[in-house]
Ligand binder design. Structure first.
Ligand SMILES: Cc1cc2nc3c(=O)[nH]c(=O)nc-3n(C[C@H](O)[C@H](O)[C@H](O)COP(=O)(O)O)c2cc1C
Length: 341
């Protein structure tokens, strides 16, 4: 199976995957019986790298390659433009390698308008670039406001010919940081960032860490489902089902050790209440991927409906907590001790 075909199959498997329950169910927020706010006046506005957005959540990177993804990205981008939401595209490696046959050749920037838009590239693929400056092509093609580098060792390891040499990848990320004309974000893809990696990334000047923890899309499952060869090397298909950190664990650990680091939360965000909980735990923005995949395969309107639900649930959460702006959500709004989660 080539890379293009594999990316297409990811979408099919991911669509079947979204678990109903996850770590966010263990958190309760402090209800206010006398909130002293008006629902109408609650604001969700925020900024991504100097650009305003209508909500503190964004569409997390999903797909940047095959032509099916062109439809998906168009629906996502048009919906983001309509509502004023930020968006990340999926990995642009195939687009960079194969040019016009591989999606993102149409202008996602035109569809998303002036909204914040983030480029995406796999950190493990950086050593294969002729020069770091080649990344300029993927930034320019979408007039990116930031560059997201993803870390996915436990995805690559289950792929035939996956990239499993991660030696010195941190040095390549440092080179990107030193060169990049836009802010650099580093994210996981659903296994969560750990504290040691977060500290190394902070020390080389990464602007934002997106924890992308366990709780939603599970790439070990996806790759194992697509790879008969790898299945023969495993006793059961689900050995690595619980590998990684939940979004809550990852965010909690990193905020404790690196309190001033800007952290985004993603992984298993199902609704606006999960967004509110993530912000109470210290995330300055929240990414949503798997939950938007089905509406994105359908239409722009379906994505708009889903995003409006997120906005409405987040606004109601703020109301119930007595908070005028989602930026005001903090740990003090959490009921009980979540450090053990
Ligand atoms: C179909 C699909 C494709 C994805 N492709 C990428 C990608 O190309 N680059 C990336 O950084 N993350 C990618 N992700 C990971 C998401 O951005 C996100 O980190 C992860 O799915 C966890 O969030 P979720 O539980 O809301 O899905 C992909 C996710 C899905 C569902």
């Amino acid at each position: 199976m080539n890379n293009l075909e594999r990316k297409r199959r990811h979408i099919d498997v991911a669509l079947e995957q979204q678990p109903a329950r996850n770590c966010f169910d263990s958190i309760r927020l402090r209800h206010r019986a006398l909130p002293n706010v008006s629902l109408k006046e609650i604001t969700l506005d925020t900024e991504f790298f100097g650009k305003t957005a209508a909500a503190p959540f964004f569409v997390s990177s999903m797909t940047g390659g095959p032509s099916e993804s062109e439809r998906i990205n168009r629906h996502l981008a048009e919906a983001c433009n309509e509502l004023g939401i930020a968006m990340g595209v999926g990995s642009q490696r195939i687009a960079m390698q194969e040019g016009s046959v591989s999606g993102l050749t149409w202008s996602v920037r035109n569809a998303v308008g002036a909204r914040p838009l983030f480029a995406n590239f796999g950190a493990v693929n950086l050593p294969q670039l002729n020069a770091i400056q080649d990344l300029g092509r993927i930034l320019d093609s979408i007039e990116a406001d930031a560059l997201i580098l993803h870390l996915n060792p436990m995805q690559e390891v289950f792929q035939t010919n996956g990239d499993t040499d991660w030696t010195n990848i941190i040095d390549h990320i440092a080179q990107v940081c030193a060169w990049s004309p836009v802010p650099v974000v580093v994210k996981e893809v659903g296994f969560g960032l750990d504290v040691q990696s977060a500290k190394e990334l902070a020390s080389i000047g990464i602007n934002v860490l997106d924890v992308a923890g366990m709780g939603g899309t599970r790439f070990a499952d996806i790759e194992i489902a697509l790879n008969a060869e790898i299945r023969q090397t495993l006793s059961t298909d689900n050995v690595f089902d619980h590998w990684g950190y939940t979004t809550i664990e990852s965010l909690g650990m990193i905020k404790k050790e690196l309190p001033t680091m800007t952290c985004w939360a993603s992984g298993g965000i199902r609704n606006g209440l999960d967004v509110a909980k993530s912000m109470c735990l210290g995330a300055s923005a929240v990414g949503i991927a798997g939950k938007l995949l089905r509406p994105a395969t359908e239409s722009t309107d379906a994505v708009i409906i889903a995003l409006r639900q997120f906005m409405s649930e987040l606004r109601i959460s703020c109301f119930g907590l007595g908070v005028r702006s989602s930026i005001g959500l903090s740990r003090s709004h959490i009921l009980g001790n979540v450090d053990a989660d």
